[in-house]
Design a protein. Structure first.
Length: 523
């Protein structure tokens, strides 16, 4: 039997030597035969495969040294592993720790510490988020202008404003979520309420009113003028009777998104593209320093040209565009939804193109003050002491202000009452003329409401019947043991004060020895 086995092994070795570059030995074939045993033939490869690389680590490391290298490496400052290892070597010499090589320690940390723990310790929450696959949101559920989002773009270059101030300006722009087209923009010295309001007004005036708006929950974007009355704003003092902002009054649903998060707000991705094409434009070369500051008019021209090119560039790879440009995608969907888009009225445009502020009308005249100016009209006497929302042009305060009630209802236009000089007779005449007109209008209104005079009212009131004077029923109290005979069984009523009978009775009472207590006089 053993001879036959040896012969079969020899034949197998000769056969393998013809197909393999190296001739296996008989001992190797016998060892393979023992490993496969009675296992099925299709599993033989798993049993005869070499087991290299599974050897146990023989390097020694002190437990305290391993704790030190982990604590030093897993820090928010993210030091290099080489610097951490050098500090560990210095500590190991003092404490006489046994440590392996740098590569061995690095392999140990990568095997024992999860990757998400390393990312959180060295990179924070942002690095941890990158380990998760990004969420893909389908923008095709919307149509053109159905949903918009806005953001502030802070320029890193310098510009000279109209008033001569040299500053780093800001741009607030609105984008269509469906197509990616930038619909409107406004530039200013800082990111403020007026930029959001006026840029949204440009969008509404040119295209229409959107249904949804995605904004950052920051103080600039979540301002009271635009989003007053929207729940979950959490940026200003919560007021129960807060006046509604422009977006709620127009029926736009406001949604809050995380600042700088491109998945929740697609305009963040457009900002990264504009950062390269806009800020690094050849016409703006050298504007990254104050000495090379450009005029704001020149910056606006470059912004207009770059955004037009951004919208018209073909080859966009979003599912909605499918190789088309943002302009083509928006125009095609906008034409299909033309009947569904609401367009603003003149009143709504007035809400957008003017700044807003809450004021309280005077309790006497109904006038209000705004940046040192007083505003009043005749209709405001009915609004005395009430809270109002006024809208005005911040650049022309003397042009007057539009007055709205607390529920957003338009009341009227209030003119600016300019302060006149002490000896300005023309201004005094204007005031007297206004007073005379108010007096005349009030008299006319009074005649309408007061149709009867006092005599006519008195004639309609019936005369009151004469009333008889009641006889006083106050009786004199007597608290003695026996009753005087002249009083009889019943005590007659006392006379009124000032009569002779009353005076005589009081004298007799004073002469008597009976104790008289006025508090116990019986009625």
């Amino acid at each position: 039997m053993q001879r036959e086995t040896r012969l079969s092994v020899s034949r197998c070795a000769e056969a393998l030597s013809k197909s393999l570059p190296e001739k296996p030995s008989k001992d190797s074939i016998l060892r393979w035969r023992r490993r496969v045993g009675d296992h099925p033939r299709h599993t033989w490869a798993y049993f005869v495969a070499p087991t290299w690389g599974n050897k146990e680590e023989h390097a020694q490391c002190h437990p305290k040294a391993l704790d030190v290298i982990k604590a030093d490496y897993l820090r928010r400052e993210a030091p290099t592993f080489s610097s951490c290892y050098r500090r560990l070597c210095d500590a190991a010499k003092v404490h006489q720790w046994s440590i392996p090589s740098e590569d061995t320690l690095m392999r140990w940390i990568q095997k024992t510490v999860p990757a998400e723990v390393i990312a959180l310790a060295r990179g924070g929450q942002d690095a941890l988020k990158k380990l998760l696959p990004s969420q893909q949101r389908d923008h095709s559920i919307f149509g053109a202008l159905e949903a918009v989002n806005a953001d502030g773009f802070d320029f890193k270059l310098w510009a000279v404003m109209e008033d001569g101030e040299v500053t780093q300006p800001c741009m607030v722009h609105w984008q269509c979520v469906y197509s990616g087209k930038i619909l409107s923009k406004r530039l200013g010295p800082t990111e403020n309420t007026e930029l959001y309001q006026t840029s949204f007004g440009d969008l509404v005036r040119q295209f229409g009113i959107p249904r949804h708006a995605y904004l950052d929950n920051t103080r600039a974007a979540a301002n009271k003028t635009m989003t007053g009355g929207v729940p979950n704003r959490y940026r200003f003092k919560v007021v129960v009777d807060e006046l509604k902002g422009v977006l709620p009054l127009m029926g736009v649903d406001v949604h809050w998104s995380t600042p700088g998060h491109g998945q929740a707000k697609p305009i963040e991705r457009a900002n990264r593209e504009l950062r390269d094409t806009l800020e690094k434009h050849p016409l703006l070369a050298g504007a990254f320093s104050k000495r090379g500051a450009v005029s704001i008019s020149k910056l606006r021209d470059v912004v207009d040209a770059c955004i037009d090119e951004h919208n018209a560039r073909a080859g966009r790879r979003s599912p909605a565009c499918a190789g088309r440009s943002f302009d083509q995608t928006f125009s095609e969907s906008f034409a299909r939804r033309a009947e569904l888009i609401q367009h603003p009225t003149e009143t709504q445009l007035r809400l957008l193109l003017l700044s807003a502020k809450e004021v309280t009308a005077s309790r006497v005249s109904g006038s209000f003050e705004l940046y040192g100016n007083r505003y009043w009209s005749e209709f405001m006497t009915k609004l005395a002491g009430t809270k109002l929302q006024v809208r005005f042009d911040p650049n022309n305060l003397r042009d007057g202000a539009h007055v709205y009630a607390s529920d957003g209802r338009y009341v009227g236009f209030a003119a600016c009452i300019q302060r006149a000089g002490f000896n300005d007779t023309s201004a005094a005449k204007d005031v007297m003329r206004d007073r005379a007109r108010l007096k005349k209008n009030s008299k006319d209104s009074l005649e309408i409401h007061r149709r009867l005079n006092a005599r006519e009212v008195a004639a309609l009131i019936p005369a009151q019947p004469a009333r008889s004077t009641p006889i006083p029923k106050v009786r004199r109290g007597y608290f003695g043991k026996s009753r005087p005979e002249h009083l009889g069984n019943a005590s007659p009523p006392l006379a009124t004060t000032g009569s002779s009978a009353f005076d005589a009775a009081m004298e007799n009472l004073a002469k008597s020895q009976t104790c008289f207590n006025p508090k116990k006089v019986m009625l």
